[in-house]
Write a protein that binds this ligand. Structure first.
Ligand code: BT5
Length: 251
């Protein structure tokens, strides 16, 4: 059933039963010259990585844990756009595979019924003015029926949200890579604007009153939009607009 219909993405797939983190494997492969589109996928990660040193729960048998190597000819400061592009591709793939409609929470959470079904971690190997590689880590909960206690209220899987239907991970990744390739090529050819519009249509963050916790401070205000670089714009009570580059958002 699973048939890969892409030209570059996933043409080289490295599969491992168990790794520390597919991000580490992909960084290493990229340093050794792996081609754009190379994917490292693992059944199980012993130390799956989230952002800011957080942990990504990656048990065997049930989830899709992989890293994609890209070599986009864009300036390093535009790399955050790829996180938003990835969120669009993952969201569309979930809908195509299951009929469910996820929502995006800025910058990198994909939610179903308010619970996280997928997360994205974008890392970069670059010189000051040139990207060597972008390593896009994608984790999607496919068939888990239970989570560790600390996640049970905040995490979900495709199976949990569709009354116990089991999904094929191979089929899902084939669908995802098609959506991804469509958006990636569109982005390289026409720029970020259409990705941004699509992202805005799929998010619930914009227009909401939010609390943004950054490494240094907590801000409260209304999320009024994103910039062309993917930076979140927060309008504070006093009307001043803050640029949020990295934060955790709560409502
Ligand atoms: C993320 O971080 O959401 C990025 C996750 C990226 C995972 C992929 S898997 C393939 C590749 N290889 C890796 O090592 N990583 C990437 P962040 O926004 O920091 O969210 C992390 C938080 O999500 C944790 O602190 C938990 O609260 C929660 N969490 C952990 N595991 C989860 C899971 N399986 N499902 C839902 N939520 C989870």
């Amino acid at each position: 059933k699973a048939k890969l219909q892409t030209q570059t993405l996933g043409q080289e797939i490295i599969y491992k039963n168990e790794v520390t983190s597919t991000q580490e494997e992909a960084h290493e492969a990229a340093r050794k010259g792996a081609a754009e589109g190379t994917i490292i996928v693992a059944d199980r990660q012993l130390k799956g990585k989230g952002r800011l040193g957080r942990k990504w729960e990656s048990p065997p048998g049930s989830g899709l844990w992989f890293s994609l190597i890209l070599r986009p000819p864009i300036p390093p400061q535009e790399a955050p756009q790829l996180t938003l592009l990835t969120a669009v591709a993952v969201t569309e793939a979930v809908t195509e595979a299951t009929g469910l409609q996820p929502q995006i929470k800025w910058p990198n959470d994909i939610l179903l019924n308010g619970k996280k079904v997928a997360g994205i971690l974008t890392e970069m190997q670059s010189d000051p003015d040139r990207i060597q590689a972008v390593i896009v880590g994608i984790g999607i909960n496919i068939n888990q029926m239970e989570f560790p206690e600390e996640l049970s209220d905040i995490a979900t899987s495709l199976k949990q949200e569709s009354e116990g239907t089991t999904y094929s991970r191979a089929d899902f990744i084939a669908i995802l890579l098609s959506r991804y390739e469509y958006w990636y090529h569109h982005y390289l050819k026409h720029g970020f604007l259409d990705v941004k519009k699509r992202w805005e249509a799929l998010t619930f963050t914009i227009g909401k009153k939010i609390k943004a916790t950054t490494v240094t401070k907590t801000l409260i205000g209304t999320a009024v939009g994103i910039t062309d670089d993917g930076v979140l714009l927060l309008k504070k009570e006093d009307g001043e607009i803050e640029h949020i580059y990295s934060a955790d958002i709560s409502l």
